[in-house]
Design a protein around this ligand. Structure first.
Ligand SMILES: [Zn+2]
Length: 469
């Protein structure tokens, strides 16, 4: 056995160990079958969970063509009955909206008492996940690309009433991630998975900030699992860029582990911080929807991660022990004023009313603000050092994304400087999650950071927009 193969084997073994640990804490997902060739023999795993239930595969023409041989063999050799598969056309490309969910649900209804098995990545998985949930049926998924962490997560990202939203629904009972199949995914989907994973760095840092400020404590077991899989998943950016076989197992484990951590923690906190809020803004406002293929979730998270890393670079240079708490308390706007400002910033965006439901859940009154500011001053010296170790500099995040042949600059999304400034200002109003942006707003340093990044001679001006090769 050569060393590259040994490396791949040890990544798979380490990954399966981590996954087994996560599965002791997940509510819905019981089985994750991960490795080479696993799609050919997952029949007995189905029978062990559901007995001799008939299955129905749901795919599109592309995902079906890469997976059908292995999965139909699995069904045949295990003697499971199979209803006529639901194969959606590849063109136009299926889009994860409520119409697609309704269509899949109606087709599943005509195949009574079958176990739905999604065969695909983000779109197909989300559509089948929600449709099966609406029918109160469990479901499984056979992944076809290492493109995002939603395989093992509860909730589906679906466009409804004109904007993308995360609709709560059950995670799959079983997930089959066959590296032989995943390997065939186009490089842009590997890059997308890498972008989603690089976002976990700031997600964890933001969780640490919320923990330190007494807003949301860290679950150390979940934290540890997430952190370990992040390091391994990001270890070989150039390998992702070149679609090297050896880069795939750890990237896939990272994506699986992130979804499992989210499921086990019952909230996306372990895998989603300010970088995902940037991605969410752009998703809701259809940034890059007209690209071919449309900009993926992971692409947006990657660029969001660059912006958040640049933000942290500045924040961690500041001395928050020097803030004047009485002045900050005096200047702190009442909630109504903060909401009016959020409305102004969101303008006509589909997000225009979102602050009214989100911001009040985390907006401190003066009493709470005072205690948070006192905490911030007391812990800053230590927290700063800890966060500097957790976060990577923006330059490193950009270099890694570029090596992975992923997007690394907001100009690649046709976003103007003014738009990015507005996005920085309104980011924290778009979700109730407490992040580093809330700390910066409360300590009064957010406008100065934005100016140093995006004002005249700001950091972003020094970044060249590099072409993806
Ligand atoms: Zn994500």
């Amino acid at each position: 056995m050569n060393s590259a193969q040994r490396d791949v084997d040890s990544q798979i073994a380490d990954g399966n160990e981590l996954i087994a640990r996560a599965l002791t804490r997940t509510g819905t997902t019981k089985v994750v079958s991960f490795g080479y060739g696993v799609a050919r023999d997952f029949g007995p795993l189905i029978t062990a969970q559901h007995g001799n239930t008939p299955v129905v595969f749901v795919a599109d023409e592309n995902t079906w063509s890469v997976a059908y041989e292995a999965i139909t063999e699995a069904v045949r050799t295990s003697g499971l009955a199979q209803a006529e598969p639901i194969i959606l056309p590849a063109n136009p490309r299926p889009y994860a909206n409520i119409e697609l969910v309704n269509r899949v649900r109606e087709l599943l209804e005509t195949r009574t008492d079958t176990l739905p098995i999604a065969v695909g990545s983000g779109t197909i998985n989300d559509a089948v996940k929600l449709a099966a949930h609406q029918l109160s049926r469990p479901y499984w998924v056979v992944g076809t690309a290492p493109s995002m962490d939603g395989y093992t997560a509860a909730g589906a990202s679906i466009s409804k009433d004109g904007f993308k939203q995360n609709i709560p629904c059950a995670a799959p009972v079983g997930v089959v991630m066959d590296l032989d199949i995943l390997e065939t995914a186009p490089q842009i989907m590997w890059a997308s998975g890498f972008g989603d994973m690089i976002g976990k760095i700031s997600a964890l840092a933001d969780w640490r900030v919320a923990d330190a400020l007494g807003v949301e404590s860290i679950d150390s077991d979940i934290w540890d699992m997430s952190a370990r899989s992040v390091v391994a998943a990001l270890a070989d950016p150039a390998g992702v860029g070149n679609r090297d076989r050896s880069a795939l197992p750890s990237l896939t484990v990272g994506l699986l582990m992130s979804g499992l951590a989210i499921q086990a923690y019952n909230s996306s906190r372990p895998g989603s911080g300010a970088e995902h809020m940037f991605s969410h803004l752009w998703e809701m406002e259809h940034v890059g929807l007209d690209y071919d293929p449309p900009l993926s979730h992971g692409a947006k998270v990657g660029v969001g991660s660059v912006l958040v890393a640049a933000f942290y670079d500045r924040l961690l240079e500041l001395d928050l022990t020097e803030i004047s708490i009485p002045t900050l308390l005096e200047q702190w706007p009442p909630l109504e004023a903060a909401l009016a400002e959020a409305d102004r910033l969101h303008g006509d965006s589909p997000l225009k009313n979102v602050a009214h439901s989100q911001l009040p859940k985390k907006y401190p009154d003066r009493e709470l603000l005072q205690s948070q500011l006192e905490t911030a001053v007391n812990i800053w010296e230590d927290l700063k050092v800890e966060l500097r170790e957790l976060m990577r500099p923006a330059s490193e995040i950009r270099d890694n994304l570029l090596a992975a042949r992923a997007y690394d600059h907001p100009s690649q999304f046709q976003l103007s400087q003014e738009q990015i400034i507005t996005d920085f200002l309104r980011l924290r109003t778009s979700r109730d999650r407490y992040t580093s942006f809330d700390l910066a707003a409360e300590t009064g340093v957010l406008p100065g950071i934005i100016d140093s990044l995006l004002g005249p001679n700001g950091t972003l001006e020094t970044w060249e927009a590099r072409e993806l090769k």
